[in-house]
Structures are given as C-alpha cells and as structure tokens.
Design a protein around this ligand. Structure first.
Ligand code: NAD
Length: 357
C-alpha cells in the first residue's frame, strides 16, 4: 500500500518513515512517497496509484481536489493535524473517501506556545534579545505588565483552550471563557460567560476555537471595538478567525494593545517555506510585521518532538484502521464501505463539531 505524503519537510521524514510504519502496522507493507510541494489541483496527479494521501494544514483538500483524488484511485485522506477546515468533508463523504485527523497529538504543545507568545509580547524579550546583541542595554520601550491578577479570556475551551487556561491559572490570572459547548474541565480554572463580556473584561484574549463558517472573522471591527482598550489578542488557532484589515485598524488607533499570531489568513502562500529572497506581495502581512507590538510566527505552535512523534504514529494507525477496515476513532468521514456496515451515515455533524462515527 502506498501513502503519498504532501508538504513533506525534513522533520516529517524523520518522524513518519517506512520503518516506523512497519513497526506500528505489525510488519504490513506501507510504502511512503514524499512530495515536498503541497497538494493542489496542479499536483494531485502525483498521488494517482496511492491508496492514501497524507496532508498538512495548508494543502488544498477542496471538492475539485477530492474529485481528482477519487478519479486517481485514492480512497483515504490522512491529516497530520487537528484542524480540518481545509477539507470538504461533505464531498469526501459523498465520494466515499475516508478522512481522519490527529485531534490531540499534544494540546499542551500548542497551549505552551500560546503562553510563550503572551510572555514574549508582554515583556518584549524578542526586542531585548536583538538590542543586547548590538550592545544596547536600554530598557526604554520594553515596559510590560504583570500578568498576575489580570483577566485572560479563552475563546474555545477544547483540549488546547483548557491546557492554556491551566497554565494561565497557574500564573494567578482570572480566567473567563466563551464556548457554545461548555465543559467541566474548564470550570476548574474559571467561569464561562458570553463573548461580549469576555471581550469587555479580558486583558488578554486567546483564540482556541476551530475555523468554521460560524467562527470565520469572529474577530472583526465590531468585536475588536468591544475589547478592553490596550488588551492583547493571541491567535494560535486558524488565521481566518481574524479579519486582518480590522486588526490593523485597531492597532493603528491604539485600541488594540498587542497582537500575537501563529496563524494568518493568507498563510498558505508563504508559511513553511523560505521567501526571504522574494518580494512578498501580501501588503497586510507586511504591514503587520512593522508594528512594534505585533509578533508573527509561521504556524509552529505544534512543533515539538513529542507532537511530531504522536502525529506520525496516529497517522499510521489511522491508515492501518482504514486498510484493515477497522473502526477508526479519529475518522471524520468513514469510507462508504464502513458506513454501510455500521449503519452510520458517512458524515455526521453537531453544529460545527464533528461527531466521530
Ligand atoms: P477542540 O475540538 O478540542 O476544541 C475546540 C473548542 O472550540 C470546542 O470546545 C468547541 O466547542 C469550541 N467552539 C466551537 N465553536 C466555537 C465558537 N463559535 N466560539 C467559541 N468556541 C467554539 O480543538 P483543539 O484541539 O483545542 O484545537 C483548537 C484549534 O487549534 C484547532 O481547531 C486548530 O485550528 C488549532 N490548532 C493550531 C495548531 C498550531 O500549530 N497553531 C495546532 C493544533 C491545533
């Protein structure tokens, strides 16, 4: 069985390789073929003949690509990430293409990175690092705020949101959260409230909800206007949660006190590749990088050894489940064959939350 891995980087090859696959799959043959470029309509033909493709956050898994994959005999899409906003699950279900993700490879890795962004932006350690290297030990412009006792708002209290809340609670912060599906895990650290109240009262707002049609641009002119003046906004979830034009305006008016991004609306054109020798044509991204109180990272919150190892192992397990026609606990869409057997619909959703079938 062949697995075509798209957007493959050297570190992917270190963790996701044929020997590890054979080990997990009890010796059953999985041949892994790596493609360094992303999956798109232009590259999809390279997957023809493979049983499954393995993709990451910025690969194109829209309806036309899924149809082309299906025509080329591919029957499974394995996401080596948690978010699946870039996959047309309805079309996958119609075509009988199995889709599985890795929902919880290391929520702490992402949460810890969100905390790192808060700390860096708040205390300006990134600027201090550069100054000191040039012999500049001045503290002017590096003034931060003590986080102890501040209010932190968590939008989305799933695995990552709760892990983030746990750390910030340890800092002595007051935690508020908004989530249409509240859970008791968060209640140990703080209180649920309406989004409006969270925005009005929080000194730090951190986004941890998935990108869906209902959350796209959840941070816009209106919601930014409801935030406390001078508050900090952190996004380690998906770029599309924020309307970039609106945050630029809020930064210019000084209503927004700081912005830390690990994800960006237009990231697929740039992230994970070196563009240092080219002219970057995204004016909004470039404008963001000019603010002293904005930090942009290239979607690296997941990037720990532990997370990469877990992503690789879960991906192989998902593939094994698919190949051996076993129920897969991380399936977002079962193949039609499986769903025929289980009487379950190929795809079921409760609002924006996928229901495992
Ligand atoms: P999760 O499914 O465990 O939790 C998501 C939570 O968001 C759920 O509790 C859900 O009820 C809530 N939610 C849904 N709609 C909402 C809304 N309108 N407002 C507020 N909350 C809402 O997911 P997770 O594992 O915690 O991951 C969260 C997101 O983090 C993922 O969707 C993914 O996009 C992103 N992520 C980023 C990285 C990275 O490297 N930057 C890595 C992994 C995941």
């Amino acid at each position: 069985m062949e697995l075509a891995v798209f957007s493959a980087k050297p570190y992917d090859k270190t963790f996701l390789h044929t020997e590890r696959a054979a080990e997990i799959n009890e010796g059953a043959g999985i041949r892994i073929v790596y493609h360094e470029f992303s999956l798109s309509l232009e590259t999809v033909s390279l997957a023809y003949g493979a049983a499954a493709v393995c993709v990451f956050v910025n690969d194109d898994v829209s309806a036309p690509v899924l149809e082309a994959l299906h025509a080329g005999g591919v029957r499974a899409v394995l996401l080596r990430c948690a978010g699946f906003n870039h996959v047309d699950l309805v079309v996958a279900a119609r075509l009988g293409i199995f889709v599985a993700n890795v929902p919880a490879y290391s929520p702490e890795a992402v949460a810890e990175f969100a905390v790192a962004l808060v700390q860096t932006l708040n205390r300006n350690t990134h600027r201090a690092y550069n100054r000191v290297r040039e012999g500049n030990f001045s503290l002017n412009g590096l003034l931060g705020r003590t986080l102890y006792g501040k209010t932190v708002g968590v939008v989305g209290t799933g695995r990552i949101g709760v892990a983030f809340a746990r750390v910030m609670h340890g800092f002595g912060c007051r935690l508020l959260a908004y989530d249409p599906y509240p859970n008791d895990d968060f209640r140990r650290y703080g209180d649920y409230t309406e989004l409006e109240t969270l925005l009005a009262e929080s000194d730090v707002v951190s986004l941890h909800c998935p990108l869906t049609e209902s959350t796209r641009h959840i941070i816009n002119e209106d919601t930014l206007g409801r935030m406390k003046k001078g508050a900090m906004l952190v996004n380690t979830s998906r770029g599309g949660l924020i309307r970039t034009r609106a945050v630029i305006a809020a930064l210019k008016s000084k209503h927004l006190g700081g912005l830390a991004l690990d994800v960006y609306e237009g990231e697929s054109a740039f992230f994970y590749n070196d563009h240092s020798g080219t002219i970057i044509e995204d004016d909004e991204l470039m404008r963001l990088t000019t603010f002293h109180n904005v930090l942009v990272c290239g979607h690296q919150a997941f990037f720990t050894e532990e997370a990469l190892s877990e992503i690789a192992d879960s991906t192989i397990r998902n593939l094994s489940d698919f190949a051996q026609n076993r129920p897969c606990k991380f399936a977002l869409v079962q193949s039609l064959e499986d769903s025929d057997k289980s009487d379950a619909p190929p795809l079921a959703r409760r609002d924006s939350i996928p229901v495992r079938i």
